[in-house]
Write a protein that binds this ligand. Structure first.
Ligand SMILES: Cc1ncc(COP(=O)(O)O)c(C=O)c1O
Length: 419
């Protein structure tokens, strides 16, 4: 069969495909310790809230019909968008209404539309790119461009902190916004590192974007205002030049596939047009299940009082297990300020991170090799081959078991190389 170059590019998306394949297999086998994917943990309190809402919908013929039997408009359920706009106005004073919001089938789908809307070949014959101002960055962006080489990434400054910690900082001296940059994009908290860009860093990027009349896209899939997996001081931000992408996945509804894009009205109009072409309409499910929670502000309280403390506790357990399993080894960990990942750095790792990933998989532990997370960054930085991403969202005893195997295997790797 002959595929188009677009088809070939999308169907061979090496990084995300191998990650999702591994994740699927691990979930199906049940034998592997899953410290790989981005699946959120199971939170009974959230499930109960959703169950109650679903029951109310099932008990109401009209609501059930709306849930399963009616296409929403291309920008998504109006009640939900209205409720969300009202909540954001009231909580943060953001000057927006429902026409600033478009729902998509997952935020992954939103990034596909946004990146290809703002970058790629232009009618005037130019080529525009998405600037990732701090690599490492989310693996899921890497293959989203219809055009090749859609991303330019910037190497960060590494700040060594007390204990085993380090932190990536945006290196503003390295950022060059040339005429070919169509948008800037950052995940906050960052997948894979758990970094949370400071308010000053975000303000600096927003200033740069505004000065060059391009949007700054902030991917808040794990962050602010919800689901709120942020364990450090950071404020939610939005203005008309900023595009905030949220998701209901990490709130606990990954199967509902609900992405939420909040942006200027011109951009939202364009996005909903694309949504109509690609999807006709986004799914109503997530919006209908959570509209009441948004209307009452309960979604923010659940983030603060249920989701954040739960993942913070999981993080602390994972850190304690890491300290024990890697005691005495040359390792550093990115300060985990948000999301549910630990990003380990083994300076001078004697094998590639890809080879180390395979060794761990052979011992029944699934992680993600760090080298995937540098889309758009040129070669030559050894650091890109020395890191590993671990997920601590799943069962805590399993995470501790996995951590012990990781420590043991890394010890073997260093011993075998004569360290
Ligand atoms: C940083 C980041 N952004 C976006 C997504 C996409 O999530 P979804 O399509 O489930 O909304 C993910 C998924 O793991 C992610 O980690």
């Amino acid at each position: 069969m002959q595929f188009s170059s677009f088809g070939e590019k999308l169907s061979s998306g090496a990084g995300i495909l191998s990650l999702m394949d591994d994740l699927g297999k691990a979930m199906a086998d049940g034998d592997l310790i899953m410290m790989g994917g981005g699946n959120p943990g199971h939170i009974p309190a959230i499930q109960e809230v959703v169950r109650a809402r679903l029951q109310r919908i099932l008990d109401d013929d009209q609501a059930l019909r709306k849930l399963i039997g009616i296409y929403d408009p291309p920008r998504g359920d109006r009640d939900f968008r209205r409720a969300l706009a009202a909540l954001l106005r009231q909580e943060y004073g953001w000057d927006l209404d429902e026409d600033n919001i478009c729902l998509t089938n997952g935020s992954q789908g939103a990034f596909f539309l946004l990146f290809n809307l703002l970058a790629g070949r232009t009618r005037a014959g130019g080529r525009r790119k998405i600037l990732l101002p701090l690599a490492p960055e989310y693996i899921g962006y890497a293959d989203l461009g219809i055009e090749e080489d859609l991303f330019v990434a910037v190497q960060p400054r590494i700040e060594i902190l007390d204990g085993p910690y380090f932190k990536y900082r945006v290196d503003f001296d390295r950022i060059a916004i040339t005429g070919e940059i169509g948008a800037i994009c950052v995940s906050r908290p960052t997948n894979p590192t758990g970094n949370v860009l400071t308010d000053d860093e975000v303000a600096g990027l927003a200033e740069l974007a505004a000065a060059h009349e391009i949007p700054l896209i902030v991917d808040g899939a794990y962050g602010l205002p919800f689901p709120g997996m942020v364990y450090t001081g950071a404020s939610p931000v939005w203005n008309e030049h900023l595009v905030l992408c949220l998701s209901l996945s990490k709130f606990g509804l990954p199967a509902c596939r609900t992405g939420i894009v909040i942006g200027g009205q011109e951009l939202i109009r364009a996005l909903s047009g694309m949504n109509a072409v690609v999807n006709l309409a986004p799914s109503s499910f997530g919006a209908m299940l959570t509209a009441d929670l948004v209307r009452s502000g309960e979604i923010l309280r659940l983030g603060r009082e249920v989701i954040r403390p739960l993942y913070q506790r999981k993080r602390d357990l994972a850190l304690a297990a890491l300290a024990e399993s890697c005691a005495g080894l040359p390792f550093r960990v990115h300060v985990p300020e948000g999301a549910f990942f630990l990003w380990l750095w083994f300076p001078g790792l004697p094998v590639t991170s890809g080879a180390f990933y395979e060794r761990l998989k052979a011992r029944g532990v699934l992680v993600v090799s760090g080298h995937w997370f540098f889309p758009g960054l040129g070669g030559g930085w050894p650091h890109t081959g020395e890191c590993l991403r671990l997920t601590y969202s799943q069962d805590e005893a399993e995470v501790c078991r996995g951590m012990a195997i990781i420590g043991d295997e890394i010890r073997r790797v260093f011993q075998q190389s004569g360290h």
